[in-house]
Design a protein around this ligand. Structure first.
Ligand code: ZN
Length: 548
């Protein structure tokens, strides 16, 4: 069996390499090309690989080696001189056709782009996700990246990066990128960056956030990975970003408010008319809340040492399962288990014992940081997103580029997707579960499809030869939706593929959708089941409670 380690999918989007090649590189590339050619003959010009994003099990060194090839996938048609970067091949694969009028040159013209974007913004009625227009995404730094190119992949306005770099003291750390480090972004549908997280060393990260609606960014320096990128954080970040600017603050006050925010990042307490929050410092790993007569759930919980942001989190956890104002009465109990003692750490299990409703519990799945009931992991698991809407690997013929300039006219002609050099008739599959929004013909895009997925994500497929789905139809991840083609304005067979967040195009090859691809495998399910058993025991271990 031929190993396919020789090119990782991540290598597809490496920037072209320009320097001279060593002998061993030539050798390696030569071998690769031979293998590719042999394989292409054997598989009818297709390179099948695993559907998984992380197919490469090779060492860092071998990945690097092949990343040194041109940025795009090489096939046997590519002249060696170009393959080795000896001849400039910039724009070679771009789908421009200069004999066409200017407004016909783009893959997606302005009106089509607006239409697709509008479709992409629609909320899926079956998807109650309140944060449909905001999404956490991460990008890993690769060689050749710089901070502006990473922002560009997300299609975030350049002025945003400028506003972040306005924090002069840390501007240097922002520009200092390390290969493999993960940058996280919370972007809303309007393309506004709400939160940006940048590691600065192996222990710390900078978290930038919009502290008010003025467009400026504040930041905190905090422990690496200490900020949870979950729905609560999204809600809190949106609330903070929309707040009106505070008047006249000294520098000191600024720092202070940032620190408070860091401690209380999930702000927005459920109950704000209560005078003082009880300190959590004296609690143990286990907190048992007894609801007494005349007390609300929140009051009882806070009296026992659960903070309001934690109470808010618990309310979210049991939304739709417990009606707090009605189901909870005096005599009911709640047990909360934390990861650490003395009021520190995060919640790892919550169990209610209700006179009406019996026992109901929620447990932390450390894998994704989310809470599930004992069997919930199976029921709510989503198949996530796979990187490519087809099987196997193909060369990228034109990269995502929101600021692409037309070579002749010099005008900005954004390329809102990525072009894959798929031969006509190749099977196109849904990268995630979704609903078909559009499956029609347009003069420029040819036969094209728009799929809408959960969480405000949608995907677009253009220049198809055959459509296998109809508008309104639900599709599962991996279902065939079309066959690729060369319809509309296109200079050769290819699939134009777009990923949009809340209607805004982002780089499909770079952006990792939070939770996407993180399929809950058997191993993870077993690990979760084991934790649940442990949590269940600990919820009743008296010695984990604080001594009074
Ligand atoms: Zn395209």
């Amino acid at each position: 069996m031929i190993s396919e380690d020789y090119i990782s999918k991540e290598a597809i989007c490496q920037t072209p390499w320009k320097g001279p090649l060593s002998k061993s590189h030539y050798k390696a590339i030569g071998i690769t090309l031979t293998l590719c050619f042999a394989l292409s003959l054997a598989t009818n010009s297709h390179f099948y690989g695993s559907d998984e994003d992380e197919v490469s099990t090779g060492s860092q060194a071998s990945t690097q080696e092949f990343a040194l090839q041109s940025g795009e996938y090489l096939d046997d048609d590519t002249p060696l001189t170009q393959a080795f970067g000896i001849e400039s091949k910039k724009g070679q694969f771009e789908n421009y056709d200069d004999s066409l009028s200017d407004d016909l040159l783009a893959d997606s013209d302005a009106s089509l782009d607006k239409e697709v974007s509008d479709l992409a913004q629609k909320v899926d009625k079956d998807d109650s996700a309140k944060n449909f227009d905001s999404k956490w995404v991460t990008e890993s730094v690769q060689s050749g990246d710089n901070i502006s190119s990473l922002f560009e992949d997300l299609n975030v306005p350049a002025s945003t990066l400028a506003a972040i770099l306005d924090n002069k003291k840390v501007a240097k750390s922002i520009n200092n990128l390390k290969i493999g480090e993960n940058l996280s972004f919370l972007v809303n549908g309007k393309g506004e960056l709400l939160v940006f997280i940048k590691p600065i060393n192996d222990k710390e990260q900078l978290r930038f956030f919009k502290a008010d609606n003025t467009g400026k960014y504040s930041y905190v320096r905090e422990k690496l990975g200490s900020y949870e990128m979950d729905d609560d954080a999204t809600v809190a970040a949106k609330a903070v970003a929309a707040a009106p600017a505070k008047v006249e603050k000294s520098d000191k006050a600024d720092t202070k408010s940032a620190t408070v925010l860091a401690d209380n990042k999930k702000a927005a307490p459920a109950v704000d008319d209560t005078p003082k929050e009880m300190s959590s410092a004296k609690r143990g790993r286990l907190v048992v809340v007894n609801i007494e007569k005349g007390e609300t759930f929140s009051q009882a919980a806070n009296r026992a040492g659960v903070t309001y942001s934690e109470i808010n989190k618990i309310l979210q956890m049991f939304k739709g399962k417990i009606q707090f104002s009605r189901n909870i009465r005096a005599g009911d109990t709640m047990r909360v288990l934390f990861t650490d003692s003395k009021g520190k750490g995060k919640i790892c299990a919550v169990e209610f014992k209700l006179s009406r409703g019996g026992k109901i519990a929620s447990y932390l799945n450390t894998q994704d940081g989310k809470y599930y009931d004992e069997r919930g992991l199976m029921a709510t698991r989503s198949a996530g997103f796979v990187r490519f809407p087809f099987r196997g690997r193909v060369k990228v013929t034109s990269q995502f580029n929101p600021r692409r300039l037309h070579p002749v006219t010099g005008r900005v002609r954004p390329h809102n997707g990525v072009d894959f050099g798929l031969p006509v008739g190749s099977v196109v599959t849904a990268p995630a579960d979704g609903v078909v929004d559009k499956a029609v013909f347009s003069r420029t895009a040819g036969y094209y499809i728009v799929l809408r997925h959960a969480g405000g994500v949608s995907t677009v497929y253009m220049h198809l030869s055959k459509m296998s789905v109809k508008p309104g139809q639900r599709v599962k991840q991996g279902t065939q939706i079309a066959r690729s083609g060369n319809t509309g304005i296109s200079t050769g067979p290819h699939l134009h593929y777009e990923v949009r967040l809340g209607g805004r195009a982002v780089n499909p090859l770079r952006v990792k959708l939070a939770g996407g691809g993180a399929e809950i495998n058997t191993k993870a399910r077993r690990a979760f089941a084991a934790s649940v058993q442990k949590y269940k025991r600990e919820l009743y271990q008296k010695n984990l409670m604080a001594k009074r």
